[in-house]
Design a protein around this ligand. Structure first.
Ligand code: GLU
Length: 494
């Protein structure tokens, strides 16, 4: 029987959660969920200089925002903790000692100068630089004496010679590595802290991880981890290395996604007004090809449909236009409540509503967002769009000239609207349609002569959203002001 799926996301808390990290997390999360398994989040915090609490908080908050709640790990606990590497040093030390006792790892006292010299000489001979194994044969007594005298050695793993390591990758198939190319690598630094390749093996083993999905940049670490699994007598998890994410630069060239291509952190996209479900959907498609026409998948649908068989090994291209399109689709389908939750902060920031909005402001905000939701691909575009309709307006001569042909009709419509607005200082946002009908009935003017004059007077433009919707955006007061000015100007024209 297949073991219970246990997958993990093991970021280093050395910065905010990046798009690439979020995609790795998502693929692990989805495979766990698809198979009724467990998703674990733990921290690889052994880089003391670069790790920070702030980064850890950012990563956790980003994961939660994206809906990837973990079943086990930091904060939530579980049977396999602790879930931060710096709290697991005892576990690592015990295993390192065992490897040393069995002659599979050894203390190395070589200084940096010695190592640099060795490397230089190897390069001069045209060899690939790797540790010579000089300290491999030091006696136990000598090691003990030197440690007692205050020397601080590293611990190196004795890599078996002449072997081929096969990474049987679920995405890339079999990838072969020769152990002779590896060289005895450090597993514990001189400060007693284990390196990534060792700690990750210990964590994955002791936590019963069944599948490791991570970025392609880790593929070259995997043979090191596999020789450690073998030496420790542990069963390997299944590995899946997912492709790099590439971005297109200004000249259209594809290179590894970086800040040059735009924002890379999840929070930045949150701040730019993207919905988490759109980000999840977009990230899933960075490598996973569901087949068929369907491109929009909720997290729930992703959990049901995701599989590694449909993950491509070719690089994924980060296409911001696609993200915008997906986000726009989710915005169109979002509930009014959700739209307000996401849109309101932008309206506040731009000063369209106050920090503590009144009921009227809230109603206005809701209606405006509802009107504009089909015109935006992210909430950050809202203020600009509103400003577009509420900012300075211009009347083009040829448009005015055409209107002059029906001067009386135009003035009748505009004056009727002006009077209605004057009589309705608190006009409800949903009553503009009714107002237009009333004007049409009272004046007997309908169709283009009615709508065109009002549209031009209110916006200076001949096209745009429906008139009743536009009225909501512009608002009663500004609309009245514009109508008065226009009527005055129009009357003076001959
Ligand atoms: N801390 C590593 C990273 O953030 C984890 C790699 C792994 O998943 O094994 O890239």
């Amino acid at each position: 029987m297949e073991k219970n799926f246990r997958l993990r996301f093991a970021p280093s808390p050395t910065g905010p959660l990046h798009i690439g990290g979020a995609r790795s997390a998502l693929f692990n999360y989805l495979l766990a969920k698809k198979n009724g398994g467990t998703f674990i989040v733990r921290m690889e915090d052994t880089d003391l200089e670069r790790s920070s609490k702030e980064s850890e908080e950012n990563i956790k908050a980003s994961l939660r925002w994206l809906g990837m709640d973990w079943d086990e790990g930091i904060d939530v606990g579980g049977d396999y903790g602790p879930y931060r590497q710096m709290e697991r040093l005892d576990i690592y030390n015990e295993a390192v000692q065992k490897l040393i006792d069995e002659g599979k790892a050894y203390y190395c006292f070589c200084s940096e100068e010695e190592l640099a010299k060795e490397k230089e000489e190897q390069q001069a001979r045209g060899e690939l630089p790797k540790y010579s194994g000089k300290c491999r044969h030091l006696s136990k007594e000598e090691c003990e004496r030197r440690i007692a005298a205050g020397e601080k050695p590293v611990v190196r793993f004795h890599v078996p010679e002449g072997e081929t390591v096969v990474v049987d990758d679920l995405v890339r198939g079999e990838v072969h590595f020769e152990t002779d190319g590896i060289g005895d690598f450090i597993i514990v630094k001189s400060d007693g802290i284990p390196v990534y390749n060792f700690a990750v093996v210990m964590d994955d083993h002791t936590m019963g991880i069944t599948h490791v999905i991570r970025g392609e940049e880790h593929l070259s670490n995997t043979p090191r981890q596999i020789v450690l699994y073998d030496a420790l007598g542990y069963e390997q998890p299944r590995f899946a290395h997912i492709s790099l994410i590439l971005g297109r630069d200004n000249e259209g060239k594809l290179t590894k996604m970086s800040k040059r291509h735009g924002s890379t952190s999840v929070v930045a996209y949150k701040e730019q007004g993207y919905l988490p479900e759109a980000i999840d959907n977009f990230l899933a498609l960075l490598g996973w090809a569901p087949g068929g026409e369907k491109e929009l998948f909720t997290l729930e649908e992703l959990k049901q449909n995701f599989s590694l068989e449909h993950v491509s090994k070719s690089p994924a291209v980060f296409d911001i236009e696609k993200l915008k399109w997906i986000n726009g689709m989710y915005i169109r389908n979002a509930s009014g409540e959700r739209l307000l939750e996401y849109g309101l902060p932008y309206l506040k920031k731009a000063g369209f509503v106050s920090e503590e909005p009144s009921t009227e402001e809230m109603i206005w905000a809701m209606s405006v967002i509802d009107v504009l939701k089909t015109h935006i691909s992210s909430f950050a575009e809202l203020p600009e769009l509103i400003r577009h309709y509420r900012g300075e307006i211009f009347y083009r001569d040829e448009v005015l000239a055409e209107m002059k042909e029906h001067k009386e009709e135009v003035l009748t419509v505009l004056k009727a609207m002006k009077e209605k607005l004057e009589r309705n200082p608190k006009i409800a946002v949903d009553s503009y349609k009714k107002l237009l009908k009333e004007i049409s009935k009272e004046t007997g003017i309908k169709g283009r002569p009615l709508y065109h004059s009002l549209r031009v007077a209110k916006t200076g433009e001949e096209q745009g959203p429906d008139l009743d919707k536009l009225s909501v955006i512009i608002g009663r007061d500004l609309m009245l002001e514009r109508l008065k000015k226009f009527i005055k100007m129009f009357q003076r024209m001959d």
